[in-house]
Design a protein. Structure first.
Length: 105
């Protein structure tokens, strides 16, 4: 996304591929809405996981883990836990909601 100390991890073409919708709607695996949207290898913002907005791409996982980048705000974010609990974990969502609020100022 951006260059740091002369190093750029993802070029513009890779970011374009990652953020171009490949699938949306009902999953072939079934399940209940809200459904995820997918770019090339990354989840895209949806009702299932909003991230920061339309320019975000990333992934979430078991135990409440979530990581993403946002090209508009030039932000990378990761929330990782060392304790997996059963059921939904809303801590990352609360932190991302607050980050979104701060960035809109």
């Amino acid at each position: 996304m951006v260059e740091t100390d002369g190093v750029r991890l993802l070029d513009a073409g890779t970011v374009a591929d990652a953020t171009r919708p490949q699938t949306e709607g009902t999953s072939i695996f079934g399940g209940q809405p809200p459904f995820a949207r997918w770019g090339m290898g990354f989840r895209l913002p949806s009702l299932a996981r909003e991230f920061l907005g339309a320019a975000s791409f990333g992934h979430d996982g078991a135990g409440g883990q979530v990581a993403f980048a946002d090209t508009t705000h030039q932000v990378g974010f990761a929330f990782l836990t060392n304790l997996m609990e059963a059921g939904p974990d809303h801590r990352a969502t609360a932190i991302v909601d607050e980050l979104r609020r701060i960035l809109r100022k």
